[in-house]
Design a protein around this ligand. Structure first.
Ligand code: IMP
Ligand code: MG
Length: 179
């Protein structure tokens, strides 16, 4: 992987420390609630796996898949579900787990959709946020790290389905984008 890396933006140690803090915050905020973590496939899987183990209370997990980057909104402005939830979220406290909030469009639509299904609450936890890129004003309750407007990979995030397995978040060398 070293050959592909231009620079590391968030190290493995920084991620571990921050994910533990987020887990502690969520444990405190959701005490006594019926928590359902909803991971957005595939980018959230690494964050989801680490975050859930830092939440010290009963919880349920599920995954949802929405149309991919670039064509995630259909003509009527709603998202296309590629894989729906298996659990019923009515009356439950949903926490959407995402890899990165970019324009905010995906989460804005997903939050509305899940709220419409009768969840008691629908909040968002994201590992990364790119505030400079925001187009839709979406309320994100838990943010791991703010990153600059650069394309990042690793810890679940991909470039053309590669580089998700890196244990850190980094930026690719320019030559990786050629061909
Ligand atoms: P949004 O709807 O514009 O906020 O898009 C969010 C989605 O775009 C994320 O879930 C990622 O899948 C993808 N994305 C945005 N920025 C990056 C990036 O820097 N690296 C990898 N994927 C990204
Ligand atoms: Mg994603």
């Amino acid at each position: 992987m070293k050959e592909r890396i231009e620079k590391v933006l968030v190290t493995e140690d920084e991620i571990r420390t921050r994910v533990a803090e987020l887990g502690a915050d969520i444990t405190r905020d959701y005490a006594g609630k019926d928590l359902v973590l909803v991971g957005i496939l595939k980018g959230s899987v690494v964050f989801m796996a680490d975050l859930m183990r830092q939440i010290r209370m009963p919880l349920t997990i599920d995954f949802i898949s929405v149309s991919s980057y670039g064509n995630k909104t259909s003509s009527d402005g709603t998202i296309t579900l590629l894989k729906d939830l298996a659990v019923d979220i009515r009356g439950r406290d949903v926490l959407i787990v995402e890899d990165i909030v970019d324009t905010g469009s995906t989460l804005y639509h997903l939050q509305r959709l899940l709220a419409h299904r009768g969840a008691a609450s629908v909040e968002i936890a994201t590992l990364l946020s790119k505030p400079e890129r925001r187009k839709v004003d979406v309320a994100v309750r838990y943010v791991g790290f703010e990153v600059p407007d650069e394309f990042v990979v690793g810890y679940g995030l991909d470039f053309n389905e590669h580089d998700r397995h890196w244990p850190f978040v980094g930026v690719l060398k320019p030559e990786c984008y050629q061909s």
